[in-house]
Design a protein around this ligand. Structure first.
Ligand code: F2R
Ligand code: MG
Ligand code: MG
Length: 308
């Protein structure tokens, strides 16, 4: 049971540490691995962005309701955004929050964006609490991932991206880090779960790319962009190609450039769920903004899970 607690804490803190480390390089080109390390060491405080701010909202709402409640989660996002709108949100969510505040239904507003909903990575980047909480219930996880995505990201590729990231966190939570990691099994599990061809193809590319030294090739095939399909598979690749080290997986994710905070947040969520909180370097954890609050949320989620 202690191991599971460590995984809950590792996934939520892994999200925040990855996000905060990647934030200063978001939108950049590829960066040398050592340069990322040097930048991380220079920072005195690791400040997180919308990725973590929204993951906090997901966790708060799951805790308050002991499970998923869409209207409550939407209102939690809105309340948190109103308090801290400066977290670097994508363009879509604030527009949706305004629509809901103006009377639009929580599960309808997001359909009005981008002619059929957003496929941005905003609903996948915040999904770690759902991945750990529903780690042993794939059907429940899929439904809650879709429904939670629908608040801001109604496009099928947005919803399925969120579900794929949640299931990667879930599989990592269920996997024993003391047994040899089998990337083919992990990827097969994800391939059997996900339904959309775009993601199925990307998962096949991940398997082919393992061991690839040319980062440009990885970015070319998997992407490093703001779209869910150009970032969720990339984060999965960062994890499966560095399964034994949180630090290596996250620094590698940032070194790929592009949407660095988000790809590192999602990589950190999977790696932290697999290896546990002890795997996150202490020198990073101690500099993380609101560390105790985020740890507290993970602890409370775990306790609710333990009580059944
Ligand atoms: N917003 C940012 N980074 C920009 C600068 C931040 C800066 N450091 C600062 O502090 O201000 N990062 C965050 O946004 C990403 C998540 O975005 P989200 O929540 O998915 O937003 P949105 O608007 O739904 O989608 C993002 C873009 O994707 C394109 N897009 C989405 N659906 C589309 C569709 N159906 N058709 C065409 N395009 C679509 C649009 O360009 C959207 O604007 C994370 O990186 C987070 O860190
Ligand atoms: Mg961000
Ligand atoms: Mg980002």
């Amino acid at each position: 049971m202690e191991a599971l607690r460590s995984k809950f804490l590792g996934s939520l803190l892994g999200t925040a540490v990855g996000d905060a480390l990647g934030a200063s390089l978001e939108g950049w080109h590829m960066v040398d691995y050592n340069e990322v390390q040097a930048l991380a060491e220079k920072r005195s405080l690791l400040i997180y962005t919308d990725d973590t701010h929204m993951a906090i909202g997901v966790a708060e709402s799951l805790i308050e309701n002991k499970g998923f409640n869409g209207e409550h989660m939407a209102n939690t996002f809105i309340g948190n955004y109103d308090l801290e709108p400066y977290r670097g949100y994508g363009p879509g969510p604030p527009r949706i929050f305004r629509m809901i505040k103006g009377g639009e239904a929580w599960d309808k507003a997001a359909e009005k964006l981008y002619g059929g909903g957003s496929y941005g990575n905003g609903s996948a980047m915040r999904i770690a609490p759902i991945g750990v909480f529903y780690y042993d219930n794939p059907d429940g996880l899929r439904e809650v991932a879709y429904e939670s995505s629908r608040i801001t990201h109604a496009h099928e590729l947005g919803k399925q991206g969120a579900a794929l990231q949640a299931y990667a966190v879930a599989l990592a939570t269920a996997s024993d880090p003391f047994s040899p990691f089998k990337s083919a099994d992990f990827l097969r599990g994800l391939g059997n779960f996900i339904q959309h061809e775009v993601y199925k193809e990307k998962l096949k590319s991940i398997e082919r790319l393992i061991g690839e030294e040319d980062k440009a090739r990885v970015v070319l095939e998997l992407g490093n962009g703001i779209e869910a399909f150009n970032s969720v598979p990339t984060a999965i690749y960062c994890f499966v190609s560095h399964p034994r080290s949180f630090e290596e997986a996250v620094v590698y994710a940032i070194s790929l450039g592009g949407d660095t905070d988000t790809i590192a947040a999602m990589t950190g969520a999977i790696s932290g769920a697999y290896l546990g909180i002890e795997s996150i370097p202490e020198r990073w954890k101690e500099k993380l903004e609101n560390r105790l609050y985020i740890e507290g949320l993970a602890e409370r989620l775990w306790r609710i899970k333990r009580q059944g």
